[in-house]
Design a protein around this ligand. Structure first.
Ligand code: ZN
Length: 191
């Protein structure tokens, strides 16, 4: 799938509005040639900011810019929740695109990532928590909420994940993911 940087994310249904980063392909090639080069600090932030890999069930992508036969493959996507309230989705391969193909993500996204500090609980976290705990919600939304709540080091995330763990259907399918998100939130709460 190929999308222009910063366009609304439409690859899969998702409970929050996201914008696209690094969904590169043949039609538009390696986007971002007009942006400044990515600094080492920015690349480090890009790697560190992605807490969990989501949507791994959506299938394997092959890098279209690697030599044929030795193309880098990736599956799943990173979702970046910035302190300025913007949320982005990038394919897992975004790190490879920056490393190997000099992809330059939009500066507005990189500047947003540079705002450091823990994310305060906000409408996005509340929405994910509500989705997670609503048995009538789309089951895949609930699974993605398990992954993404790990971005908020807040007792409310732990509480929501604890309640999810008590939900038999969720525990059966994504019990391990619930555990990992919970551990991540708790380890960041202790810092
Ligand atoms: Zn490649």
């Amino acid at each position: 799938m190929e999308y222009l940087d910063l366009s609304p994310y439409e690859y899969a249904r998702f409970p929050l509005a996201l914008r696209c980063i690094g969904w590169l392909g043949r039609e538009h090639g390696v986007q971002g040639s007009g942006e400044p080069p990515v600094t080492a600090a920015e690349l480090t932030r890009l790697k560190a900011a992605a807490q969990r890999l989501g949507s791994v069930m959506l299938g394997v992508h092959e890098c279209e810019f690697c030599p044929e036969g030795s193309a880098y493959q990736g599956t799943g996507e990173f979702r970046y929740y910035l302190r300025n309230g913007e949320s982005y989705s990038a394919p897992m391969m975004v790190l490879h695109y920056v490393d190997a193909h000099a992809y330059r993500p939009p500066l507005v996204f990189r500047e947003g990532l540079a705002e450091t500090g823990d994310l305060p609980w906000d409408v996005r976290a509340q929405r994910l928590s509500d989705v997670l705990l609503d048995a009538s919600e789309d089951f895949d939304f609930r699974c993605q909420a398990v992954i993404d709540l790990a971005n908020w080091p807040d007792a409310r995330a732990v509480d929501a994940l604890d309640r999810a763990a008590a939900d038999e259907e969720l525990a059966d399918i994504v019990g391990e993911e619930i555990h990992r998100s919970r551990e991540l939130v708790i380890s960041r709460l202790k810092r």
